[in-house]
Design a binder for this molecule. Structure first.
Ligand code: ZN
Length: 149
């Protein structure tokens, strides 16, 4: 009985191999896509990043009030984990999106560092520029992430 089963599975492997090799050049390669399970799994990583995106308006409020101390504290405090979170999420995206996502994550951090320097220099114009650029790259990053809906 055991032997029969192993013969059957061998036949199955042979048939499968045959079918695959008979697919020929007309068989198109299906691009990898997100499964519902994968999307659900990603939400765990996306949630804190989306929360940080919402908190960016707090930062805008500090800048508008020339509150440079709180601006700097906020970048290093509440947004302090963002780099790690975005990097981790980037690696979990589809291969075709990974490079762009990690590039955008780097952009966001470049601008937050620029904002940090601008806050230190009490340079309102530069702070606003860096803040807006950070938002733009942040939103582009989130656009790459599949949504659960
Ligand atoms: Zn940028």
């Amino acid at each position: 009985m055991l032997r029969l089963r192993s013969i059957l599975s061998l036949i199955l492997v042979l048939v499968t191999t045959l079918l695959v090799s008979c697919g020929g050049p007309s068989a198109t390669v299906v691009p990898p896509t997100y499964t519902p399970e994968k999307i659900e799994q990603l939400q765990v990583f996306v949630a804190p990043i989306e929360a940080a995106r919402e908190q960016m308006s707090v930062l805008e409020g500090f800048i508008a009030k020339d509150n440079w101390i709180d601006t700097q504290t906020f970048i290093h405090g509440p947004l302090g984990l963002l780099r790690q979170q975005m990097t981790t999420l980037s690696r979990d995206l589809l291969p075709k999106d990974q490079k762009k996502a990690s590039q955008l994550a780097k952009e966001v951090f470049g601008h937050l560092e620029g904002l940090d320097v601008a806050a230190k220099d009490r340079n309102y114009g530069e702070a606003v520029t860096q803040y807006r650029e950070a938002l733009k790259d942040f939103d582009a990053f989130l656009d790459l992430v599949p949504s659960a809906n």
